[in-house]
Design a protein around this ligand. Structure first.
Ligand code: UDX
Length: 440
């Protein structure tokens, strides 16, 4: 099938490659010339395991091309919208890019000669967006489907090709819905044939599935971080608690790792956008708890800061602190809403000499001269003479690090495990004072 992907950021670039892997002819379109140039040359504009290999392989076979020219979409059967929906004023999602993409596409829509033509929304949008956009898409001679994406950074390729489920938000008209569904079933045939559940619903429910899934995940993390505060006060151990409650299949053990909180380009912005949309719908109170979820997430970081102060005798001022991890999660170089970076800035603000490092993100930070902390590309350099080591992102390189090797490098043996990912006993045996959020 000839398909196009509008927006070649994280979501779109991975989606374009994944669709080419399924054997489709894919054209990726973006207004950012640098991004298009990089992708066309087989260079990934972001760190994502497995992505570069697929990109290069598909470029070589000729099934995948990238362009800034919207006219390249004319005649294709499926057009994916994969542009960003950043946080706008008051927390609401900014739909400028989605609306702009549709306007730019319009002159070239309705030109497919072999079968129904479908525009497929992948971006995370406020509920009601698809219904609002459908008439103008229909006027251009195409059907609109909302097909949210649930990919996690670090597992993006795998999540796109082997998703837990696929959700189709279909048009109200049953004939249109059947036709649109048939096109998507054909497009995704290998994924469906491998047994992936395919759920069919209306636009509003499909939009809500995506945003409520992220709201639930954020709530789960904030729940365990709230338990971490109680454990701290009561002398409990949140890691043992999470393990025990997680064994109840109704609760489940994933997303129960306490620490310095969630970051990234999705969870923080999505819970705010969801609240803003609920307010507009007159049901703001129903989602008031998401304000708490957001607040607990901020507090999680501040608890780590309190521990840093007390470990260093009441103040971090003039202490050398090594912050390990500036990406918001391992296997990514994404620093949007990064808890590690926020902590580094707060420590620097209190007078600490902060050195941050990260296997994937530090090489990006190094080019910025205007930072309140130093950046070390090398772990050894970051650790040298540190008074405190703070684990902010649980990269394998850090969690597998030998504490006695670290002990020989640092100035003072203090470690804060911001992700409950280190072995406390091993670090204590190497002479470290060890602290973690919610653990003894
Ligand atoms: C998220 C959703 O998981 C994904 O389904 C959606 O499509 C996009 O948003 P992502 O942003 O890649 O994916 O990150 P995720 O793996 O959800 O982690 C988010 C943050 O939560 C990270 O900062 C991570 O460190 C933190 N986290 C995760 C915890 O603090 N504790 C946990 O137990 C799990």
């Amino acid at each position: 099938m000839n398909i196009t992907v509008i927006g070649c950021g994280y979501l779109g670039a991975v989606h374009a490659c994944a669709m080419a892997e399924l054997g489709h002819h894919v054209v990726g379109v973006d207004v950012d010339r640098d991004k298009i140039e990089a992708l066309s040359e087989g260079r990934a504009p972001f760190h994502e395991p497995g992505f570069t290999e697929i990109l290069r392989r598909r470029l070589e076979t000729g099934g995948l091309t990238f362009t800034t020219d919207f006219s390249a979409i004319a005649g294709a059967r499926v057009h994916f919208i994969a542009v960003g929906t950043p946080q706008g004023p008051g927390g609401a999602a900014d739909l400028t890019y989605v609306e702009g993409a549709i306007e730019a596409m319009k002159p070239y829509l309705g030109k497919c000669l072999n079968g129904d033509e479908v525009v497929v929304g992948k971006s995370t949008v406020p509920v009601g967006t698809a219904a609002r956009l459908a008439p103008s898409v229909a006027a251009a001679g195409t059907l609109l489907v909302w097909n949210p994406e649930f990919l996690r950074e670090g597992f993006a390729v795998e999540d796109t090709l082997q998703p837990d489920r696929m959700v189709y938000g279909l048009p109200v008209d049953s004939d249109d819905a059947e036709r649109a569904k048939a096109v998507l079933d054909e497009l995704y045939a290998p994924i469906i044939e491998s047994g992936t559940p395919r759920l069919v619903m209306d636009y509003a429910t499909a939009e809500l599935v995506k945003i409520s899934a992220n709201a639930f995940l954020a709530t789960k993390i904030s729940f365990i971080n709230a338990m971490a505060s109680v454990c701290d006060a009561a002398g409990g151990d949140v890691t043992a608690l999470a393990r025990a409650i997680g064994m109840d299949a109704r609760i489940g053990s994933r997303f129960l790792r306490a620490g310095i909180g969630f970051g990234g380009g999705c969870l923080p912005k999505d819970i705010r956008a969801f609240r803003a949309r609920a307010d507009e719908l007159g049901v703001g109170e129903a989602l008031n708890f998401l304000a708490e979820v957001d607040q607990i997430n901020e507090n999680a970081r501040h608890q780590a800061l309190d521990k840093a102060r007390s470990m260093l005798g009441g103040s971090v001022s003039r202490a050398r602190v090594a912050v390990l991890g500036t990406a918001f999660k391992p296997d990514s170089d994404d620093m949007r809403c990064s808890p590690g970076l926020a902590l580094a800035a707060e420590l620097a603000d209190e007078g600490a000499h902060v050195v941050v490092t990260d296997p994937a993100a530090a090489p990006i930070l190094v080019h910025d001269d205007d930072l309140p902390y130093d950046v070390a590309v090398d772990l050894e350099e970051a650790l040298t003479a540190a008074d405190l080591v703070l684990l902010a992102t649980e990269w394998d390189q850090y969690t597998r690090c030998d504490p006695s090797w670290v002990a020989d490098l640092v100035g003072r043996r203090n470690v804060i495990d911001g992700r409950n990912a280190l072995d406390p006993e091993a670090w204590r045996n190497a002479g470290f004072a060890y602290a973690a959020v919610g653990s003894r």
